[in-house]
Structure formats: C-alpha cells, structure tokens
Design a protein around this ligand. Structure first.
Ligand SMILES: [Zn+2]
Length: 387
C-alpha cells in the first residue's frame, strides 16, 4: 500500500542533501509513503505513481514533532497551584509531592486513561513520537505501574524514580537513592529504555545523581538528566561526562556548561513551557546555538510546571521569547528531539525514515510561530497511516 502526497507547497525534509538550507526545504514537492516508511521525496513533477493520492493543495508538510520530554502518567490537578503562582507565589518544585499523593491513590485504569488521553491530545497537535517518564510513584510498586502505563502509550519510556525524595525518606535520602539504584531499577527494567534524575538543589545532588545514572547505565538503560532548571549546578557536566543523550532544561548555565555542551553528543533540550508556566526567565537558546550545541525543544508536559502537550506552542515561545529563528525552532522540535532520543528513523522525511508527518493548514512552517495558538495541523500521517 503506497500513498502519494502531491502538490506540497513547501516540504521540510530536515535533510540538507535533499533540499535547501539546514531544513532541506523542497518547494513544489511530493512524497510517497509505503507501509510505515517514506519511499520517495522530491520535486512534484518527478513523483512516481502510488496506490492512493492525497492533494496537499499547496500546504506545507514537515516531519512529525518529536517530543523528547514529558510526564503523562499521573493523577490529580494543580490548577489552584498555577493560579496561586500567577498571583505571585514562587515555584519551588515541591508541588511534585501533591501529584505523588494523588498518583499513588489512583487505580491503574485511571493512570492509563490519563496517559492515553494526553498521548492522543499530543498526536492531534502533530506529535508523532513522544517520550514519557515515571516519577510520581517514588516507591517500587508505584513506579513500576507508572512505567507499565507509559509503555502502553509509547516505546520511549524513562525511569525517573529519582524525581524527588519522598516524604517517608526525608531524613535518610541516601537510603532512597539505594532503593532507586537497586530494587526499583530492577522492577523498572522491563518497561523502560531510559534512566533520568532530577539533579537540583532540593532534589538530588551530584553524587546521588551519578549513582542513579550509573546504576541505570550498568543495567543497560541510556541516560538523560533534568539539569540546571532552577539554579546552576552539576547536572549538565554530569550529563556530558556520563554520555547522556540529553541534558533537559538548561535554564541556568555557566560558561563551562555551555562549553561542555558545545563539544558533546549530549543534546541541550529546552522546555520553554516550564518557564512560561512558572513565570521564570527562559533559557538562553542563542548562547547555546551560537556556541555549537545541539538544541532540542520539548513540552515537559506535566500537571505542575508545564501542563501543555503542544509542540507548536513551544516553537512559538522559542521564537518569540528565546530568540530562535523559526527554522531553528522547527528543527529543534523535530530533528533535535530525534537526536535527544538517539533516533535515526524520525525527525526527518527521507527514504527509509518513518512516514510520520504533518500537513499544515499554512503555506510555510514559519506559520507555526507566526500564528501562535492557532490549530494549524490539517492532517497527520503516523506510521504511514494518514488521518
Ligand atoms: Zn520534566
């Protein structure tokens, strides 16, 4: 079964070998998908025949968004905390405890329903690949059932037992770290391919974070880190040192942190929804890009500090508030996210890649930032199936 998408006004391939500029843009393009993959891209006049034809009518087509950072498995609602923050209360990260209490009390079915609903919400807005973390269970049984639910909605799942020290371990945090590195990690392994830690003052320090990441790596997981969100700290350096795929947040960076990311495989994943929702200063994307770091954009979708599943919203914030160009922001939300998940098959539209794409109700990808808040996704192809 093959599908020809014809009459594409502007095709973003993210492959400079296929088109113009870093986004590899082809004007007047066509694309053929076969089964779950891309079979052909190029100029519309050279398009081969296919079983079915979709007329894009001059619209822009781009790779599906790759959201490399989300927390979709939880219970409860923190709208009141958001309202209080907008009335002037500072964000400390302590609200995670509220979600932990609600999540522990929720049955499996409710957790899976929430994750499924939010996954569908993200897909409607163009997110074809998404990473989902645990982190609101903070004990062996609850972290395991969160990961089991996450694994039902995506293959990219992250064990975040080290999100916060739960209240019952408040006076013996190192015992909690030992639990995370031991029994909890073992229980998580069947349902996770990543390990993550919130390396931050008030969460886990450098030694504790190193212990968690090292244990995960030794068990065969790959690493990613919540780093330098609320203050400058050791997270970014640790991520680079341990070869983590991504250092996420990167809001407070020293010159050494920027230099470390500039020469590293570790992607700097920026989560502007968090700064928006906590009314905090945004990360300095220009400084990172100009230094040569690889930048990704992700939603950080979670009930406390960034309750948005919208990658177009993150693109608009990155352009308006973080001085990224529209092209840089679109690349970061697609190819950048793929790098942050070490995926070669998504984040670009080229032969042998996955047929995950969006048809925008707009002539150019620039409209994602130019028309903020407007639902511009016209149609989505996910795993070769168009809807
Ligand atoms: Zn997060």
């Amino acid at each position: 079964m093959s599908i020809l998408i014809d009459n594409i006004g502007e095709l973003v391939t993210n492959d400079p070998g296929l088109g113009d500029g870093p986004l590899g843009v082809i004007n007047g393009a066509a694309l053929v998908a076969e089964d779950t993959g891309v079979a052909w891209v190029g100029s519309a006049e050279h398009a081969p025949p296919a079983d079915e034809r979709v007329d894009a009518a001059g619209r822009a087509v781009l790779p599906g968004f790759v959201d490399s950072h989300s927390h979709l498995v939880f219970a409860g609602d923190r709208a009141a905390e958001f309202a209080a923050r907008m009335a002037g209360e500072p964000y400390t990260g302590g609200g995670i405890r509220t979600t932990v209490a609600a999540t522990r009390a929720a049955p499996d079915g409710e957790l899976l329903d929430t994750a499924t609903r939010l996954r569908a919400e993200a897909l409607r807005q163009g997110t074809t690949t998404i990473e989902v973390k645990s982190g609101y269970g903070l004990n062996v049984a609850d972290e395991t059932r969160l990961l089991r639910a996450a694994f039902e909605v995506t293959p990219e799942t992250t064990f975040l037992g080290a999100h916060l020290v739960p209240d019952e371990y408040a006076d013996r945090p190192d015992d909690y770290v030992a639990l995370v590195c031991g029994e909890m990690l073992q229980a998580a392994l069947p349902y996770a391919n990543w390990v993550d830690v919130f390396c931050e003052r008030g969460a886990f320090d450098a030694d504790q974070s190193r212990a968690v990441l090292s244990a995960g790596l030794k068990a065969g997981l790959s690493a990613r880190v919540h780093a330098n969100q609320l203050s400058a700290g050791p997270g970014v350096q640790l991520a680079v040192e341990l070869g983590a795929a991504s250092a996420d947040h990167c809001t407070h960076l020293t010159d050494d942190d920027v230099a470390a990311l500039a020469g590293a495989e570790t992607v700097a994943t920026l989560l502007p929804g968090a700064e928006f929702s906590t009314r905090s200063p945004y990360p300095d994307a220009r400084r990172l890009i100009d230094a040569g770091a690889t930048v990704a954009l992700a939603s950080d979708c979670n009930p406390g500090s960034s309750y948005t599943s919208s990658m177009p919203f993150c693109i608009a914030l990155a352009v308006r508030e973080m001085r990224m160009t529209p092209a840089e922001a679109v690349w970061a939300a697609t190819a950048g996210g793929a790098r942050a998940l070490r995926r070669e098959d998504v984040g670009a539209l080229r032969p042998d890649g996955r047929a995950d794409l969006l048809i925008l109700d707009a002539p150019s990808y620039v409209h994602l930032a130019y028309r903020p808040g407007v639902p511009l996704v016209h149609r989505i192809m996910h795993n070769g199936v168009i809807r």
